[in-house]
Write a protein that binds this ligand. Structure first.
Ligand SMILES: Cc1cc2nc3c(=O)[nH]c(=O)nc-3n(C[C@H](O)[C@H](O)[C@H](O)COP(=O)(O)OP(=O)(O)OC[C@H]3O[C@@H](n4cnc5c(N)ncnc54)[C@H](O)[C@@H]3O)c2cc1C
Length: 379
């Protein structure tokens, strides 16, 4: 009989175990190698957290998120890591990364969770209640514990172990699950935007309006559509419909096109390939601005507000995270315990809280895991 069974040995599951050194804990994962996602994150360096942290960087209930982040914020996370010998480095944008490799973090978490029993390579099939707590049925064995922490993540990157088991467990225990969707993911294009596909590899700073949000960053043209940090953040808030891209953020078009002799292509501060493809798609001749017709000038102004409806996303195989998940209304943010079932806890991406690009998702995984672990330690 374990004090706690942790389902999922990812960022959240490992951090929860690491925070409970004196408890009898079992960690179950079907991946023979725990922390697999950490090792491929942040381009192999793992963007652990961000200098600027508050609920506005997340999709989800702001009060819920604030409460959990207050329990274990970016400073506490950095101090926790430093105390254990990992000193992340801050990049100019404010993101904290591992200095040499994401393996620094995965190794540290595995070592910090070494006191637990591990059941790796076991597929979690079902969680059920018993008179003294819970039973976990896997494809190879069954285990019992007084409490259970569901830290099985979302549906993104199925090739390294993602599954919907956490959502199934939550539903089976009466929890509402907000429809999961791929997020922090590239967007595919309609036929009308086929001109963008000729630009694969080009990257430009943009500002994107999506609903009432505005996100800034680089847009990367890809073979399948558009990607890059600005589009990944856009995908967090996009639920179908149009987005509007400003390809010249901070630039007043008319003020840079004053010359009566120079062609517009030579004046636009954009990669040449992008300018040419845009002018061709909009049927605008490459003349000095003053020589364009009113209709051509109007079409040129779309560079500041190019509105289009993406066809969809690149899907879960490419999505860094899953938005949606276990509805926070059914979870106590002070403990991450279910409000419906005593002894059942949730942490990490399985919960309906999703962060922007920049280390916000690991920060969430760690903060929610520490919150749950502290609550279990007090039981
Ligand atoms: C390519 C990529 C890059 C990323 N880069 C960053 C970054 O730099 N910064 C950042 O903040 N976020 C990043 N993320 C997001 C971040 O990795 C996740 O938000 C975070 O790992 C979530 O932690 P978690 O513990 O909740 O879930 P996970 O890390 O996904 O862990 C869940 C665990 O549950 C196990 N599991 C699932 N189903 C079952 C089952 N049926 N039986 C047994 N075990 C099961 C899985 O094998 C896995 O080990 C990135 C994601 C990807 C895919």
């Amino acid at each position: 009989m374990y004090d706690l069974i942790v389902l999922g040995a990812g960022a959240a599951g490992l951090m929860a175990v690491a925070s409970l050194p004196r408890r009898r804990v079992l960690l179950i994962d079907h991946n023979p190698k725990p922390a697999a996602k950490i090792e491929i994150s942040g381009g192999g360096y793992c963007n652990i957290t961000h200098e600027r942290l508050d609920e506005s960087f997340y999709l989800g209930d702001p009060r819920f998120i604030r409460t959990v982040l207050n329990t274990f914020d970016n400073r506490q996370l950095l101090a926790w890591l430093q105390k254990r010998g990992l000193t992340p480095v801050k990049r100019p944008g404010g993101q904290w990364f591992c200095r040499h490799s994401a393996k620094e973090l995965s190794t540290l978490l595995r070592e910090s969770a070494a006191h637990a029993d591990w059941a790796l390579g076991r597929e979690i099939i079902e969680l059920f209640q018993t008179p003294r707590g819970f039973g976990v049925r896997t494809d190879r064995g069954e285990w019992h514990g007084r409490r259970v922490l569901v830290a099985t993540g979302g549906l993104s990157y199925p090739k390294i172990g993602a599954s919907g088991i956490g959502f199934e467990i939550a539903r089976a225990f009466g929890h509402e699950v907000v429809a999961p969707r791929p997020a922090l993911v590239g967007l595919t294009l309609q036929k009308e935007q086929a001109w963008m596909k000729t630009l694969a590899g080009v990257s430009v700073p943009v500002e994107v309006a999506v609903g009432r949000r505005r996100v800034a960053g680089n847009l990367l043209f890809a073979h399948k559509g558009v990607s890059g940090p600005a589009i990944l953040d856009t995908s967090l808030y996009w639920n179908g419909g149009k987005i509007t891209v400003d390809f010249l953020p901070g630039v007043r078009l008319k003020s840079i096109l004053k010359s009566r002799t120079k062609s517009i292509a030579s004046l636009l501060p954009l990669p040449r390939r992008l300018t040419r493809a845009f002018l061709e798609a909009q049927n605008i001749p490459n003349l000095p601005y003053a020589q364009l017709s009113e209709a051509q000038k109007e079409r040129l102004s779309y560079l500041k507000s190019y509105a289009f409806a993406p066809a969809g996303t690149f899907g879960y195989t490419k999505a860094e995270v899953t938005k949606g998940g276990v509805a926070t209304v059914g979870i106590d943010p002070l403990t991450m315990q279910s409000r419906l079932v005593e002894g059942l806890f949730f942490a990490g991406e399985v919960v309906d809280v999703t962060g922007r690009v920049g280390g916000y998702n690991f920060q969430w995984a760690f903060a929610s895991a520490v919150t749950a672990a502290e609550a279990v330690a007090k039981c």
